[in-house]
Design a protein around this ligand. Structure first.
Ligand code: PNS
Length: 166
């Protein structure tokens, strides 16, 4: 049984992430989407909210599930029995960071492979930060994120209602 981990912040999960995940799910028997619980980074959504959104998005993908994790990626891979880590590559600018992560993980766990999938051209510009930026200013994110994420972004950036506690 070939299990892969698709890790990330996913704050929030985008159509670019979904494309990589769907393709990875065709290669591996099982893919676990691992949502990192950041000890310091300020995220828009809690790990629970992110896992909930992703679980809704992947409900039709039979061999995929989402959970959150703390700590070292290699330890989490050991816990779930993953033999590979999936990462998406959008542009040359991703390369340096990905090479650094790959190298650290290889040092810590030589048997663990990282499998890079190139982003589809239509998502090569897309990131969670860009999706949040567009949503923050009321732009249309329907081409950028799945519908459930779109709804949560709308809620997160809704103007405060007078008389309602924020
Ligand atoms: O989507 P991101 O934020 O680029 O994902 C980064 C992630 C979660 C893959 C990376 O930060 C990670 O693996 N963090 C867990 C801690 C760890 O193992 N660090 C050493 C390898 S960089």
């Amino acid at each position: 049984m070939r299990i892969a981990l698709y890790p990330g912040s996913f704050d929030p999960f985008t159509n670019g992430h979904l494309d990589i995940l769907t393709r990875a799910a065709r290669i591996f028997d099982h893919v676990i989407v691992g949502v990192l619980v950041h000890p310091t980074k300020k995220c828009l959504f809690t790990p629970e909210q992110r896992v909930e959104m992703i679980s809704e998005v992947i409900k039709d993908l039979e061999n995929v599930r989402a959970i959150h994790f703390n700590g070292l990626l290699v330890e989490f891979c050991r816990t779930i029995g993953a033999c590979a880590v999936i990462r998406g590559l959008r542009a040359v600018s991703d390369y340096e960071y990905e090479l650094q992560m790959f190298s650290v993980n290889k040092q810590l766990a030589p048997d663990l492979e990282t499998v890079f999938l190139m982003s589809a051209t239509q998502y090569s510009f897309l990131s969670s930060s860009i999706a949040k930026e567009v949503a923050r200013y009321g732009g249309d994110v329907s081409a950028l994120v799945p519908p459930v994420v779109q709804a949560e972004l709308r809620k997160a950036f809704a103007p405060p209602q007078p008389g309602k506690p924020t």
